[in-house]
Design a protein. Structure first.
Lengths: 385, 417
């Protein structure tokens, strides 16, 4: 795509528009001048003969014919017209003129569901005003997650002010669930609090805090506790110590991220907005689909009914939420009926392929298609990703 | 750097940077930027709509200037051919002068409007130009908001659309004013008035003709049917003369429809004949509303569907796997959410040509950098996660899904091609 050719084409439109404006202006000016001139001559002429002013008017008329204003205007418009017609053509050439070619008409969305998704999006982004406005305008029922997100943003706002209390309260209240989720959020928050106290130059209070709140994490976080305690030795010049990392704002950012993630997960939500993820995935997928549609222009009917996309959208890593095993021989995605199997050499194929290669078990061994190993069927085993 | 080991494989939770991981391949940045280019190509509507608006203004202004100028020219011609007294001539000329002054003012105003619209076109080109690999996250957030505003405008949620655009500072990137124009017509049609729709047709006559639109014909037919519906001798007379004037010209191209509708003269609005009953149904007005929306979108170069629906469909299909519908599916997958599942139901599943394995423990991709290892029970995890577990537990591994325990030395590498 050439953004430059789009820019150039638009510049041409703008230039011609200016020219056309100037031309019109000039013509109006000339016409005014002719009439003004005639007016002053008529007014100044002493005689009151009809003939006199009539001849002046007919001079004006002649002058107008000479200026040919309408013809001039038409000519200016013609030039502008060329530029105006060209620009959309450039757009159509450089961009995808109709992305709805990849749209399935028989899969209309339920407006209520889409509206609920949008309302939830506004709330989880902390855009409460807009969420409320949207809910009122659409007449959808109040979003069940609103209050929870209000609380989450209160905690996050407090953290921005370096006030950890609401965050700690929440983490302690949900301590068990956080452990279950294998999150170290509680420890992270306590560490931050400990460092805040230590920064206030109060080592004794910091030690007391550590005894009370941090010691309980010794099982899982011993090395970190050692570092925290050791950092007390440098508390007057932590920036020049081996522990200068404890001053990094990244610690706070990470804690904020982890809190958001855990808070959302406990709500049954993803840590990133699902709407954001889906639209981003759509942005990656649409060009692939459109390319396919262009190549397969005559297979449009299939598109409306197919049960699997005809192409691999090749989404980037961040959209890979599940392990997908594709057998390198049969190119089939594995399933419960056709699970992935590892051969003795470590190469992995799907069960159907292995059955085929062993002639449904009639051969007790076969050669691995990827290495020289003779594969013993009894030693193939199913994998769970 | 032992501090990393407390993070339980939670990659975001890493407190300090570990040694830089080796980039899998140098292709990544270039594929990112080509992905970016491809995604910009989806923005046709963003550039096209304000341009169509701009073009319309230019054309309308030009037409009115041309008309005004030729009026002045012909007035002078008339003046030259007549016998006015000197005073009358002076007063005529004076009025022409002020007329030209008025035109000058109009020209100025018109040009200001045109310039504003040109600015908007340019702002959008610049917006596309401004994106790069560094600011892509923020740019995409703006994009999502643009898409949401587009959805709301099509659904006539003007208040939220305006609020969101103002608070996100994207007024130049959305088409609120254009949709307000449509809303006037839609509201009128919902009140069963065709007048503003007909005005709209007249304003866009050339373009509608070019696209062989029969929207105006449909409006006229509806107006005719409303006359028949009244069911008085007077209204029938009125209907017939209306048909002569406004419907007959369409006969050349739409004879069948014309005959079909004119036959309503023989029926009453209470007719049971299903073919004609439907013409009298009030939902014909909804059909007109939809028809108008389509004509409107076509005229401005918009997609018929809200952008949101197009993006969501594509995204949901690409994310749709059988795993997303399973109990206990990770919450990070949008398809784990009830509402997204419902939307995805009629859509096709994704297709993957190559294996992509995600470690159950660390959620990281298992590839040659971080290869999958198999426990004796057949469960597979990433080397990184297993190593970390072994380091913490004196070389012992416990399968988090089955509780099966073994030594790190019992693991074997799996080769996935
Ligand atoms: Zn296979
Ligand atoms: Zn092998």
């Amino acid at each position: 795509m050439e953004l430059k050719s789009i820019k150039d084409a638009f510049d041409r439109v703008a230039t011609k528009q200016k020219l056309s404006y100037n031309k019109t202006n000039e013509i109006v000016h000339m016409l005014s001048q002719e009439i003004d001139k005639a007016l002053s001559i008529i007014k100044e002429s002493p005689s009151d003969t009809v003939l006199d002013h009539r001849s002046i008017i007919s001079d004006v008329k002649k002058a107008f014919v000479g200026i040919a204003p309408v013809t001039q205007l038409e000519a200016a418009e013609k030039e502008l017209h060329v530029a105006l017609t060209k620009y959309p053509k450039v757009l159509e050439k450089q961009l995808n003129p109709d992305i709805s070619k990849a749209y399935r008409n028989n899969a209309e969305f339920d407006t209520h569901i889409v509206n609920q998704i949008i309302a939830n999006f506004f709330y989880r982004q902390g855009m409460f005003d807009i969420g409320d406005c949207f809910v009122a305008e659409t007449g959808e029922s109040e979003c069940s997650t609103r209050q929870s997100f209000v609380e989450m943003y209160q905690i996050l706002e407090a953290m921005k002010r370096r006030d950890l209390e609401p965050a700690l309260n929440w983490a302690v209240l949900n301590s068990d669930k956080l452990k279950q989720a294998r999150s170290d959020l509680e420890m992270k928050l306590h560490s931050l609090h400990f460092l805040e106290i230590a920064q206030g130059k109060n080592s004794k209070e910091a030690i007391n805090y550590a005894r009370k709140h941090i010691a309980t994490f010794a099982d899982s976080c011993l090395p970190e506790i050692q570092k925290l305690m050791c950092s007390l030795l440098w508390n007057r010049k932590l920036d020049k110590s081996p522990y200068s990392e404890f001053l990094s704002p990244a610690l706070w950012n990470n804690a904020v991220k982890e809190l958001t993630r855990q808070y959302c997960n406990l709500l049954g939500e993803s840590s990133e907005s699902p709407l954001n993820i889906t639209v981003a995935a759509g942005t990656q997928t649409l060009p692939v689909l459109l390319k396919y549609m262009n190549v397969m222009a005559n297979k449009k009917l299939d598109w409306q009914t197919m049960e699997q996309l005809p192409v691999d959208a090749q989404l980037s890593e961040e959209f890979q939420f599940h392990s997908v095993f594709v057998c390198p021989v049969s190119k089939e995605q594995s399933s419960d009926e056709n699970p992935p199997m590892m051969m003795s050499c470590g190469h992995v194929l799907c069960k159907q392929t292995i059955n085929k290669m062993s002639k449904n078990g009639s051969k007790s061994s076969f050669k691995c298609p990827y290495c020289p190993t003779d594969v013993d069927i009894s030693r193939c085993r199913q994998l769970h990703f | 750097m032992e501090i990393d080991t407390v993070t339980n494989g939670n990659s975001d939770a890493v407190m300090t940077e570990t040694a830089p991981t080796i980039t899998p391949s140098p292709v990544v940045p270039s594929s990112r930027s080509s992905q970016l280019t491809e995604s910009l190509k989806l923005e046709h509507q963003l550039l096209r709509v304000p341009f169509e608006h701009y073009k319309k203004t230019i054309r309308a202004n030009h037409r009115s200037f041309e008309k005004e100028v030729s009026t002045v020219v012909s007035s002078v011609g008339d003046l030259a051919d007549s016998d006015w007294s000197k005073d009358a001539t002076v007063s005529r000329l004076t009025s022409l002068v002020s007329r030209l002054q008025g035109l000058k003012r109009k020209l100025e105003e018109g040009s200001n409007v045109e310039n504003l619209q040109a600015q908007r076109c340019r702002a959008r080109i610049d917006h596309l130009d401004s994106v790069d690999v560094e600011n892509i996250t923020e740019w995409n957030n703006t994009k999502l908001k643009r898409i949401l505003v587009d959805y709301m405008l099509r659904m006539s949620y003007f208040e939220t659309a305006t609020k969101l655009s103002e608070s996100s500072n994207i007024l130049d990137l959305v088409d609120i004013d254009i949709f307000r124009e449509a809303k006037k017509v839609i509201d009128a049609l919902k009140n069963r008035e065709v007048a503003s729709a007909l005005t709209w047709c007249a304003d866009n006559k050339t373009r509608l003709k070019k696209s062989k639109s029969k929207f105006e014909f449909q409006l006229r037919l509806q107006e005719f049917i409303e006359m028949v519906r009244v069911d008085t001798a007077e209204s029938y007379k009125q209907a017939i003369s209306y048909a002569r004037k406004h419907l007959a010209p369409w006969g050349a191209t739409h004879m069948n429809e014309l005959q079909h509708v004119l036959a309503t003269l023989a029926f009453k609005s209470t007719t049971e004949c299903s073919k004609y009953k439907v013409l009298f149904e009030l939902r014909q007005w909804d059909v007109l509303v939809n028809q108008f929306k389509q004509e409107f979108c076509k005229l401005y170069g918009m997609t018929m569907e809200p952008l949101l629906n197009i993006y969501l469909q594509a995204g949901l299909s690409a994310l749709k796997t059988p795993y997303g519908f399973e109990e206990g599916c990770t919450k990070e997958d949008p398809l784990s959410q009830e509402n997204f599942r419902k939307l995805a139901l009629p859509l096709p599943f994704s297709k993957q040509h190559h294996s992509k394995l995600v470690c159950y423990i660390s959620k990281e991709l298992m590839d040659t950098e971080n290869p999958p290892q198999v426990l004796p029970n057949g469960y597979v995890y990433s080397t990184k996660a297993l190593k970390e577990m072994a380091e913490k537990n004196g070389g012992r591994i416990t399968c988090p899904r089955t509780g099966f325990a073994c030594d790190y030395t019992e693991l074997v590498k799996a080769y996935i091609s």
